[in-house]
Design a protein around this ligand. Sequence first.
Ligand code: SF4
Length: 64
Amino acid sequence: MRITIEEDKCCGAGQCVLLAPEVFDQRDEDGVVVLLDAEPPSEQHAAAREAAAVCPASVIEVHA
Ligand code: SF4
């Protein structure tokens, strides 16, 4: 799995961080998403996919 983000679309809602805190974080100053792990281990895949699905701004793309 490889994850990419389009951080300029991020509205800082933080859903991704709640669902997958090992994979995503938010910048302290403005809440914009930070990708911590672009190629997460398999135990993180379900959480990463869920984060991509719920992100209100469709920032997160998950590539097989
Ligand atoms: S859920 Fe989407 S909009 Fe919200 S912080 Fe994460 S990437 Fe940004």
